[in-house]
Structures are given as C-alpha cells and as structure tokens.
Design a protein around this ligand. Structure first.
Ligand code: PEP
Ligand code: MN
Length: 338
C-alpha cells in the first residue's frame, strides 16, 4: 500500500508513520517528492490490526496498490523517475541515444564506431562482450578483453558504457567496467540474476523478454527494485508475433502503456525489433514520437563483415543522418538531444 502524506506533514509525523509500519513488519520505501512524501509499505496488512493509519496526523490517504508490482508502479512515484549516471539524466527532457556495435569485435572496430557515434551526438556506447547467441557455434564475444576495449573507448570519447551481463558468475567483472548493465531479453526472467542486479550500484537497462507481457516485464523490474536498486531503465526491443518479415514486432504501445503503469524511463531498441537496418530510422523516429526517453541502436563500420547482427546495423553515415533527423524531431516534441 501507499501512504500519501499531507503536503504540510512534518518530519515528526512522517517518522511516527514509519515507526508504526516498521513495528508491524512492513518493508518501507520512502519517496520524497517535490509536492509531498509518499511511503511505500510492502507486507501483510493483517499485521496492522485495527490501527488505522488514516487517522494518524499528517496522513492524507492510504491507497492500496492493486498491481502486483509495487515499487515499479506509477502509484508509488507520481513523477517520472530520472536516472542520473555519469553526469547524464535519463528520463528527463533530454533524449539519449546509445549506439555501437552488437558485439565488440576488435580495438579498431570499436574505437572507430565510438568516435563516429560520439560525433553524431550519442552519449552512450553499446557493445556486447558476452553475447547471448542462439547457436553455440556463433561468435560468443571477447569477454574480458571486450570489456577492456569498452573502457578504452570510454577513455577516448567520454561516452558511457552499456554492456550486457549474462550471468551471476561474470556480473562482478562486467560491473567493474560498465556504467549501465544490460539484462538481455533472454534473461528478463532469470530471477537469480535479477536479485543480484539489486545489489549492484549501477543502473540496469532491462530489456523486455520476447514474449513477456507488460506485467511480467514490470515484475522483473520489481525484483531489482525490491532488493534496493531503483535505477532501472526499461527497454522495448520487439516481441514475437506471427510476422516473420521483421525479426520481431516492435510494440510501440509499450512506450505510452508502460509510462502510464510505471514511473521508470522507457527506451526503444529499433535494431533488434526490426532486424533490418532499412527500417531502423523510421522506427527510431516513431519511438521518439511515442514518448521514448532514449534509443539503443546498433552501428557497425562495415555491417556486411559484422560478426553479429550485421543486417540490422546502421553504417556510420546512415547513423549520422538519422541523428540529425532525430534532433529536428525532438525539438518539435518539446524534447532535445544533447
Ligand atoms: C543486444 O542488445 O545485443 C541483444 C542481444 O539484445 P536482446 O537481448 O534484446 O535480444
Ligand atoms: Mn545485437
């Protein structure tokens, strides 16, 4: 449930409510908003017995959260959450573009891409060092060598690093190098991994599973938040449908729907959603128009030679022209690109 404090409530009144909830065994998450303080209390309401919280001084109302996700719900945090990382704000007026290759392949490939996307206006660099490949015979990533190259690219360009963590064993290593940790679609319901993400002091980019409902996706975010990491960015990357011309079907409704249900920032991955570079610009623009807080786009200096996801990767030239279109579009939408 949520205890909405009156906008005039003082610290003493807030502390009295907290003390009562703690005594009754509730897990407490405090959200001090601009207007008022909201207390999220998770636990068994029968423990409150007949003590009426609503009668306590300073309490405006007590609202049950009907959704199974609590901390991720909009009811818990009326304003949209802004995630601050390395001087950037994700979820604010500025739309951030994360760009880079599907996989880190070599020093040259990564540095050339990083410099190009930085110049075009991207603020974060993507690149997988551990790749979740459908085939065990496909390129699996450079692992720690790839992470070192990402760190070198950050040093050279100032771009922040987004990279995927695939399992609990390699999480400490990936967390040492990354600025934002990506949980891939295939791991969205790897609950042990989600619980570990809760203990890391880094934002998590949580991709939607390819057949996950909004509720399942938000429950995955709840796992991370319940363990204490509130910095979750949701990423729509297309879902499975009967259509197979595109790799997945981009569910653009995810942006307004999830923003309605949740306060977390939502970004869109048009590359994995379409699987074809030709359609990436149109879906990037559509995502921005739908209200996305950012995009994650695959860019490769030589897509035909890419070890992973070449068909959906933009060339540097195509990426640059997309970025200039996105800047104009953002202005019309009352947002901006850095
Ligand atoms: C990726 O971003 O490279 C990736 C594997 O994405 P997804 O988990 O969405 O398939
Ligand atoms: Mn990819």
């Amino acid at each position: 449930m949520i205890i909405v404090m009156d906008h005039l409530a003082n610290d003493e009144q807030i502390n009295a409510v907290l003390a009562r909830l703690e005594k009754a065994g509730f897990l407490i998450h405090l959200s001090a908003g601009v207007e008022r303080t909201i207390i999220g209390a998770i636990g068994d309401k029968t423990h409150l017995k007949d003590m009426s919280l609503e009668a306590m001084p300073g309490v405006e109302k007590v609202v049950p959260i009907l959704q199974p996700y609590k901390l991720a719900s909009r009811a818990f945090h009326e304003e949209g959450t802004i995630i601050r990382v390395g001087g950037l704000e994700i979820g604010g007026d500025t739309v951030h573009v994360i760009a880079g290759p599907c996989a880190v392949e070599s020093r040259d490939q990564l540095l050339v891409t990083a410099k190009t996307v930085k110049q075009a206006g991207a603020t974060l660099l993507r690149g997988g060092a551990f790749k979740p490949r459908t085939s065990p015979y496909a390129f699996q990533g450079l692992e720690e060598e790839g992470l070192k190259l990402l760190a070198e690219a950050r040093e050279a360009t100032g771009l922040l690093i987004v990279t995927e963590v695939m399992d609990v064993r390699t999480l400490p290593m990936v967390a040492e190098y990354a600025d934002i940790l990506q949980i891939g679609a295939r791991n969205m319901q790897n609950f042990f991994l989600l619980r570990e993400m809760a203990k890391v002091d880094k934002p998590v980019l949580l991709k939607r599973g390819s057949s996950a409902t909004f509720e399942e996706w938000l429950m995955a975010a709840e796992y991370i938040m319940a363990g204490g990491n509130y910095n979750v960015i949701l990423c729509e990357r297309g879902i499975r449908s009967f259509e197979n011309y595109t790799r997945n079907t981009l569910d653009l409704s995810a942006v307004p729907v999830v923003k309605h249900l949740s306060h977390l920032p939502v970004i869109v991955d048009p590359s994995h959603a379409t699987g074809r570079w030709r359609f990436v610009p149109a879906m990037s623009k559509a995502a921005l128009a739908a209200g996305a807080d950012g995009l994650i786009i695959e860019v490769h200096p030589n897509p035909p030679e890419a070890l992973c996801d070449g068909p959906q990767s933009l060339t540097p030239d195509n990426f640059c022209s997309l970025m200039s279109n996105l800047k104009q579009l953002a202005a019309v939408l009352g947002r901006k690109l850095p």
